[in-house]
Write a protein that binds this ligand. Sequence first.
Ligand code: PLP
Length: 473
Amino acid sequence: MPRKLLSAIILSRAKRAPLQQQLVASLKEAVRKGQVLPGEAFPSSRALAQDLKISRNTVLIAYDQLLGEGYLESRPRSGLFVSTALTKQALAGKYSSPGAQPVGLALTKQSRLVGPPRFRPCQPDVGLFPLAAWNRSRNRVLKAQGMSLLHYQPNHTLGVPVLRRALAEYLRDSRGVRCHWEQIAITNGSQQALYLLSRLLLAPGISAYLEDPGYLGARLAFRYVGAKIAPVPVDRDGIVPPTTLAPRSVIYVTPSRQFPTGASLPVARRLALIELLKPSHSWLIEDDYDSEFRYTSAPLPSLQGLDSTGRVIYTGTMSKVLFPSLRIGYVVLPESLVEKFSQARGVVDEQGSLIDQAALADFISNGTFHRHIRRCRKVYAARQKTFLEAATDLRLPLEFPYPGGGMSLMGLWTRSIATDAKLRQRIAESELGVTLLSRYSLNATRRGLVFGYTALDHNAIRTALRQFAALCA
Ligand SMILES: Cc1ncc(COP(=O)(O)O)c(C=O)c1O
């Protein structure tokens, strides 16, 4: 074992930080300072544990974390090595002169940009995305439509018609959405749709009803325009419909799979919500962000499909089924809102990225889109199974009441651990990306956590859950 490495490790049982955290910090520091160089072998966990007189488990957990963060790489049958992605020049350059930017900062930034999102909720595995097929779609549409896709196209503020048509068909067949293609607007992600709808429908003092706990993106958009935020409780079946709505208000719901709990809203409650709209001249926004991913049974058709008031607005996104940086979302507008929405959309940006929109239309019509969704559904279902099995094996003090679908799982604490403020802080600050349920809550008091798992493969899920279990120990 490199002597320099051993001498770089400073552990103290007197410190409050757990040993594995101290070990991780020392090892990272040794890598950053070049005390072990890219490509150099790391000692086996057994050898390091013996040298340091600590348990091998502590070393294994620390190694798992360094692997996950990209400091180490594993080579089959050879062991662990300092990642060769951390080039000697990069490390030397960063440390050669006093005052240079520490490489740790560069590494953190780099991993934030390109690294796996770990347990962050609702992240697709972009590695599954068929990039070659996507590029073929792009090339095909550029060849067919040539220069026109490169120009300003003021008539396409709501998106290229070929995509709006393809989406109308897709949403009708898969989600029971009832609309004419001209009611569909393409936005830069569904967040832009929420922002524009807030500008159109809300104003200071107007009530915006939100599920509690609920999606932060909606809360942000509604707050931004000064709306009066009205939290609505969520129980085991999803949002509990209020008895009345304030005049001209907006209610935002995720009926297919409530975010972040995972509850599916029963039809009776959907109808009860729709009933509230006409008398109060209110609007309902249905955010159907991940309904493609149901593993045990088909999702209920959309709430929009039940509506006869013309006051339901449906939004969806390609961020989950394809990849988030594509920034393509869509909104199905009641006819009465199409023109106003188009004007508002034109103010923030006259058009979206027409090349991507046209490529997406091709991708949908040639069948790759559907094949990709089917593949992801299968892969994510298996990952959810791995996650739940690993959680059971590790005896995590959490129960997961809504398996069977989605891209994240809410875990509710099963022990008094829920009130351990220090533990909650450790979880919030860890790099695992687990989110406290309270982050999404306004008045709601249920304690729990939200784990995204779809972006991680089976080994990464087990590794990250072991690290999480160590945090709770
Ligand atoms: C409930 C919900 N709605 C919508 C979105 C998607 O947002 P966007 O289309 O802006 O990427 C997310 C993403 O995390 C989400 O969790």
